[in-house]
Design a protein around this ligand. Structure first.
Ligand code: APR
Length: 268
C-alpha cells in the first residue's frame, strides 16, 4: 500500500468537486498498450504519422481501419482494472466527480463510470466520412459490424503493412466509407468534450492526473488549468512527466496500485 502524504488524504476527504484526468497508463494494467512507454508503447512499433492522421486514412484506409479494428479487438478482450473500478467508486463517494479521459477505450464505462468525457473520441463510435447526401457533421455512429479481427494478430508485432488490412465498411445511411471516431493528429478535439473538461477543471477542488505523459495538447493543458484555479493536483504515474511541477503531489505508482488507496482516503 502506498503511504499518502497527509495533504493529499485531507484534500481528497474534503473535496466536493473532483476531476479524474486519465491517459493510456490508466489502461496499461488491463493489457492495453500505451503509446509512448518504450518497447511496449504502440507507437514504438508504428510511426504515428503512418496511422493516426487524416492523410494516412486517405492514403491507405484499409491499413488505418485495420489497425483500429485490431485495437478495438484488444480492448474487447481487456477488462477494467482496479484503477478503473476505484475511479467508478469515487464517483459514488463524491457525486461532483468528472472523469475526463484521453483514452478511446471503453474501460471506464465498463467499470461503472457514468459519463466519462472522451477528449480524443472513442474506438466504439465510428463516424461517416460524409457525402453530400450525408454531411460529415452529422455524427452518425454507423452501426458497423464487428470485424472478426484476431486481437493478437501479428499486425502489432510485424510490419503493419503486411497484415491486418481491413477495408472500412460503408456508412449504413449514405454508403460513404466509415472512419474511426477518434481524434487524429492535426484534428480539432470535439468542442463539447473540451468545453466540459475545461469547465470541470476550473471549478474542481482536486484533480487526479493518472497515466498520462502530458505531452499532447490541448488535453495536457487540463491539469494546469485546474492548478491555476486553485485545485490540488495529484499525479499517479510510475515515471516523472512534464506535469510534475503542476502537481502538489507526485505518487510514483501505477493506477491499479495507487487509486484504490486514494479513493479509500476520500471514503473517510
Ligand atoms: N499506471 C499509471 N501510469 C502508467 C502505467 C500504469 N500502470 N503504465 C504506464 N504509465 C504512464 C507512463 O509512464 C506514461 O507517462 O502512462 C503514461 C502513458 O503516456 P502515453 O503513452 O503518452 O499516453 P497518453 O499520455 O494517454 O497519450 C496522449 O497521445 O497518442 C496520442 O491520442 C493519443 O490520447 C493519446 C495522447
Amino acid at each position: 500500500r502506498i503511504e499518502l502524504p497527509s495533504g493529499v488524504a485531507d484534500a481528497l476527504a474534503a473535496a466536493t468537486r473532483v476531476v479524474v484526468f486519465t491517459g493510456a497508463g490508466m489502461s496499461a494494467e488491463s493489457g492495453v498498450p500505451t503509446f509512448r512507454d518504450d518497447l511496449t508503447g504502440l507507437w514504438a512499433r508504428f510511426d504515428a504519422e503512418q496511422l493516426a492522421t487524416p492523410e494516412a486514412y486517405r492514403a491507405d484506409p484499409d491499413l488505418v481501419w485495420g489497425w483500429y479494428e485490431w485495437r478495438r479487438a484488444r480492448v474487447r478482450r481487456a477488462a477494467p482494472n482496479a484503477g478503473h473500478l476505484a475511479v467508478a467508486e469515487l464517483e459514488t463517494l463524491v457525486p461532483g466527480t468528472t472523469v475526463v479521459t484521453q483514452n478511446v477505450d471503453d474501460l471506464h464505462e465498463r467499470a461503472g463510470s457514468r459519463a466519462p468525457v472522451h477528449l480524443h473520441g472513442s474506438l466504439f463510435a465510428p463516424r461517416c466520412t460524409g457525402t453530400a447526401a450525408h454531411p460529415a457533421d452529422v455524427p452518425d455512429a454507423a452501426d458497423v459490424p464487428d470485424a472478426d479481427v484476431v486481437p493478437d494478430a501479428d499486425v502489432a508485432d510485424g510490419d503493419p503493412a503486411a497484415g491486418g488490412r481491413i477495408p472500412p465498411p460503408a456508412c449504413t445511411r449514405c454508403g460513404a466509407p466509415v472512419r474511426p471516431g477518434v481524434v487524429w493528429f492535426g484534428e480539432a478535439l470535439p468542442r463539447a468534450a473540451l468545453t466540459t473538461a475545461i469547465e470541470a477543471a476550473t471549478t474542481c477542488d482536486v484533480l487526479l492526473t493518472v497515466g498520462t505523459s502530458g505531452v499532447v495538447y490541448p488535453a495536457a493543458e487540463i491539469p494546469r488549468v485546474a492548478m491555476l484555479h486553485g485545485a490540488t493536483v495529484i499525479q499517479v504515474n510510475p515515471d516523472p512527466t512534464p506535469l510534475d511541477p503542476v502537481c502538489a503531489a507526485n505518487l510514483r505508482g501505477t493506477a491499479a496500485q495507487v487509486l484504490p488507496t486514494l479513493v479509500a482516503a476520500a471514503r473517510r
